[in-house]
Ligand binder design. Sequence first.
Ligand SMILES: *Cc1c(COP(=O)(O)O)cnc(C)c1O
Length: 381
Amino acid sequence: MGLSKTIWTRPSEFLRIHDSDAPVMFFAPCVLQATARRFLDGFPGLVTYAVKSNPADVVIENLAAAGVRGYDVASPEEIRLIRRIAPEAALHYNNPVRSRAEIAVAVEADVDSYSVDSHSELAKLIEMVPAAGKEISVRFKLPVKGAAYDFGAKFGATVEKAITLLREVAEAGFIPSLTFHPGTQCTDASAWDAYIRTAAQIASEAGVKIARLNVGGGFPSHRLNGVAPQLEAIFALIDRVATEAFGDNRPALVCEPGRGLVADAFTLATRVRGIRDDEHVFLTDGIYGALAELPLIGAIDRMEVRSREGELRIGEGQMRIIFGPTCDSVDRLPGELSLPADMEEGDFVLFHGLGAYSVATNTRFNGFGDLSIVTALSLRG
Ligand SMILES: *Cc1c(COP(=O)(O)O)cnc(C)c1O
């Protein structure tokens, strides 16, 4: 993936001279830093970044510059990435199942915190990680609600198991903590409410005073024109419920947003390859590229169409079925989306808010997906 060194004022300035079909990701560092400050100022605890949502060097560099001091990593590769770009940052290794070779890398890299959801994997950590000053956070789950899809299907101990795991963590001399991940794109703040209250019950029944409660990621980004993310309302709810649930035993709080931090800092520009018999629209990117997530969590309607000269198309909206470029028939965006009737072949279709789970999951399937990142001061216009 390429990264140009030039900084453009806005996407249209670049698109006017873009003479290739290759999709482009516009990245606005100032948008990323502003979102980071919104979290750092508003969240009542430590803000860590879930690296998997977008591990591009420029993302980590700008988050570190904005003051993000902790990173949620899930693999040796992500550990090395953070040690290279932000060597002093705290590493939270929150992938509850790790091979022994992976644990050895984590010990060597001086990882600060590990999550766990089973007795088998806790036993491996107790055997391999010197306990002094290191945190083990027990990950628990509840039946999901409010999230775009079910994260509890793969990870998280039941409440009963979490109680025994938390006791074992404390007895083994680690700093005992709890963690959960409410799911992704949680537009309903109540998703956190039940989890925080359950965490207090788990700690109380285990008879363990926890040091920290990690309230996961799941903070929403702006995907639909009509639904702006209410981050401050979510922060306020987390703060209030933590005090109500834990009282004098309130732990320090940690969050680990991916999408909520990074999504709005990127805009994808694809191109119209063809409008088949004035019916279906075929773009130069699709679900094997930067739009991989759409079939899983739903369409984005924050779109705009620009001519080859970069001019905004303002024709009346027309509902269209949109296909990606590959020959695979699942390569189709969910539902139908409104596109201006005066759109032409060769035009650019831009999707805003596409920084999470896009650059990271882009493939080269069928010879497409030659994605580059272009830096812009603003993503508007
Ligand atoms: C993926 C993941 C996150 C980030 O989720 P977002 O919905 O992108 O905020 C946070 N924590 C854990 C454990 C994850 O697996």
